[in-house]
Design a protein around this ligand. Structure first.
Ligand code: PLP
Length: 381
């Protein structure tokens, strides 16, 4: 099976598996224990934290390990809102945040918190005029993703950071799809808090972090002594070691740029072949800056499930969007926010490449396109 669903998750590298196994076998003690084995675990934890800080351009004390981006997002939004000054109760989300994050937005609304959504334009870019109108001095916090998980569209973080700073609001950025794909330095990013998950860059699942700028007040969602009182619970040391190993393996900003260029060239070659081989192909967000390895598209009036089943029969695993929302048959909220009609949005299929995607994988998909076309129900095209 050729795996083309790297925005959902990526395979852990062998170095990550080895690092995790070594910690599970050798340094399994509780990092808070005062005895020798505990102190050995504590040193592994400190070492991993320094690797993360070095790789992401922040201080070790600014790293709060969590169970992944979902928890880091919750900590950022709930925690920064709870610590916001009197008179700042409003929270802004972009309309195209991750489906799980928008559930949190709805929960806040149900609890009586004033919430507004910053719309996107039909091309998928954030509507900066609307952002300028909405970011006022009653806003506690703006929560914006760096890059969209479905379309790959990049969001204008520096511009929104400037608007938030001018209004005295905090900025949280969900960089889950950005970190690992594009160069990142916390100090240059302009956000007060940044979330990410290790499994998006060949690390393990169930671990991530919130980077929290020093001096920014937050109320923990899981109180406890660990992580300097910002996230309670015994640290998942094997997973944290795996996260640090995966981040380290990403290399320098130049290495990240080279990998991005490689994936963009593969993606562009694939999109060219798809356009030549399949009728009425529509690729969303191709006209705005987007992540290098993703193509979010629809073929004629074929439903996503039909296309995905045929692709799977030919040996390719892809998805219809976010893994967490692809179990139902609801249209993508990202496309709906862009104004795409529901019947068109129901055809959306996401092909997402990763570090393990090869030239040969893309050659194989291109070679399979005539067969794919013959397998699809002609009447629906
Ligand atoms: N935010 C974005 C943009 C994502 O793509 C994902 C994963 O799909 C998440 C948050 C949630 O990550 P996790 O399931 O690892 O908590």
């Amino acid at each position: 099976m050729i795996y083309l669903d790297h925005h959902a998750t990526t395979p852990p590298s062998q170095a990550v598996i080895d690092a995790m196994a070594a910690v599970m076998a050798g340094t399994w003690a509780n990092a808070s224990s005062k005895h020798g084995p505990g102190q050995a675990a504590s040193r592994v934890l400190a070492g991993a934290r320094s690797v993360v800080a070095q790789a992401l351009g922040c201080k070790p004390a600014e790293v709060v390990f969590t169970s992944g981006a979902t928890e880091a997002n919750h900590l950022a939004v709930r925690g920064l809102l709870a610590a916001a000054p009197e008179g700042r109760r409003r929270v802004l989300f972009s309309a195209v945040e991750h489906a799980g994050h928008l559930k949190l937005a709805r929960e806040l609304m149900n609890a009586g918190v004033p919430v507004d959504f910053i719309p996107v334009r039909p091309d998928g870019a954030l509507d900066l005029d609307a952002a300028t109108r909405l970011i006022r001095d009653d806003v506690a916090l703006v929560s914006l993703m760096a890059a969209n998980n479905e379309t790959g569209a990049l969001m204008p973080v520096p511009e929104v950071a400037a608007l938030a700073a001018a209004a005295g609001a905090r900025l949280h950025v969900d960089a889950t799809q950005w970190i690992g794909k594009r160069p990142f330095r916390f100090t240059d990013f302009g956000a007060d808090a940044v979330s990410f998950s290790a499994h998006k860059f060949n690390g393990p699942k169930g671990v991530g972090a919130l980077l929290l700028r020093q001096g920014v007040a937050i109320r923990p969602t899981v109180p406890g002594p660990q992580e300097r009182g910002r996230r309670g619970g015994t640290e998942n040391l094997p997973a944290i070691a795996g996260l640090a190993t995966a981040l380290y393996a990403l290399g320098t900003p130049a290495d990240l740029d080279a990998e991005a260029a490689r994936q963009a060239a593969l993606r562009d070659r694939l999109e060219g072949a798809l356009m030549a081989a399949l009728p009425e192909l529509r690729i969303w967000c191709a006209g705005v800056p987007r992540l290098p390895g993703v193509s979010f598209l629809r073929v004629g009036r074929w439903e996503a499930d039909v296309l995905l089943q045929r692709l799977e029969r030919l040996g390719f695993a892809a998805s219809s969007g976010a893994a967490c929302s692809s179990s139902g048959n609801a249209p993508s909220h990202v496309l709906t926010a862009m104004g795409v009609p529901e019947d068109e949005a129901l055809g959306a299929v996401r092909l997402s490449l990763g570090r393990t995607t090869t030239d040969a994988d893309i050659d194989a998909l291109i070679a399979a396109l005539p067969t794919l076309r013959s397998l699809l129900p002609a009447a629906e095209a």
